[in-house]
Unconditional design. Structure first.
Length: 306
């Protein structure tokens, strides 16, 4: 396995924060995404490298191992058990099973070539007694949805590391929520299990609703006459229009709750939040002479009552 500088792949420094890494990954992933670069092998290769780099650097524990062990970071646990310090290229005697250390490696110093021989004997060099199995890398991906799409359970195709997978997205998923798709990460080593795929949802709200948890909030206009005399109005919901009664003398800013007309509760079938409506009053314009006359009469009546 050739050494790949994941920091260079994402064009960030070693001091980059998690936010810096996430921003760099999103920018490059969009640029080299296979859907935007069809039949471009170089772009496909670059996209895979970007995802691989993000898998390691976006995970604090993996990043720590990578910074210490480089391309062999996956074997960090084995190295530490063996007492190997990459900065000193040295093994220390490990006490286990009654104080028995590694035969022939009791505190000795090893050159780079010595280390390679030792590493090969432990991991795939043909001289080990058995090959260890390692779990594959976990993959991270982002999926953008609009709020209306998040309202219903539906299936969607994704391309992750050059592979197409079809997933079911439950209704009610929230912005920033992460779900795990087992066994859809990187392949295991020496017959080890595959890693998992973690999908972060980015929910764009292009609707007239404001979402807070499972509840929705919106404004609804009322004409002046309905607000004063009462009547009926229609309210838009994600599930179609709903007709509701409006009491006489409804004031601007009046709030009403439509129970069960909010957002679906994640993985809770037939459970929904509520929809809260705030009325705004729409005043008439382009009044006719007769309308103006009638409003003037109303104004006189109100003034006499005072």
């Amino acid at each position: 396995m050739d050494y790949i500088d994941y920091y260079k792949v994402l064009d960030v420094t070693k001091s980059a924060t998690e936010a810096d890494i996430k921003k760099a990954y999103r920018k490059l992933a969009r640029k080299y995404h296979p859907d935007l670069n069809p039949n471009d092998k170089e772009a496909e290769k670059k996209f895979k490298e970007i995802n691989e780099a993000n898998e390691v650097l976006s995970n604090p524990e993996n990043r720590k191992k990578y910074d210490k062990y480089g391309k062999d970071w996956k074997h960090a646990d084995e190295f530490e058990k063996a007492g190997y310090d990459p900065n000193q290229q040295q093994y220390s005697r490990q006490q286990s099973n009654g104080g028995q250390g590694f035969s022939g490696f009791e505190g000795g110093d090893f050159s780079g070539s010595d280390f390679s021989d030792f590493f090969n004997s432990m991991y795939g060099g043909g001289r080990s007694r058995s090959q260890s199995k390692y779990r594959g890398q976990d993959f991270n991906a982002e999926l953008e949805l609009d709020l209306k799409a998040a309202y219903t359970t539906h299936k969607q195709n994704l391309t992750v590391n050059g592979k197409n997978i079809r997933i079911t997205i439950p209704a009610g998923v929230e912005n920033g929520q992460i779900i795990k798709i087992p066994n859809h990460g990187g392949p295991g080593v020496n017959g080890g299990p595959n890693g998992d795929l973690y999908i972060t949802f980015l929910i764009a709200n292009n609707s007239d609703f404001k979402r807070e948890g499972n509840n929705l909030y919106a404004e609804a206009p009322l004409d002046l006459y309905t607000a004063i005399l009462g009547g009926e109005t229609y309210i838009n919901t994600f599930d179609g229009k709903v007709k509701i009664k409006v009491p006489a003398e409804t004031q601007p800013g009046t709030k009403v709750k439509l129970k069960g007309k909010g957002f679906p509760v994640y993985k809770k079938e037939n459970q929904f939040g509520d929809l809260y409506i705030t009325y705004t009053i729409t005043l008439p314009t382009k009044l006719s002479d007769k309308e103006k006359e009638l409003f003037e009469e109303l104004a006189k009546l109100r003034s006499h009552e005072k």
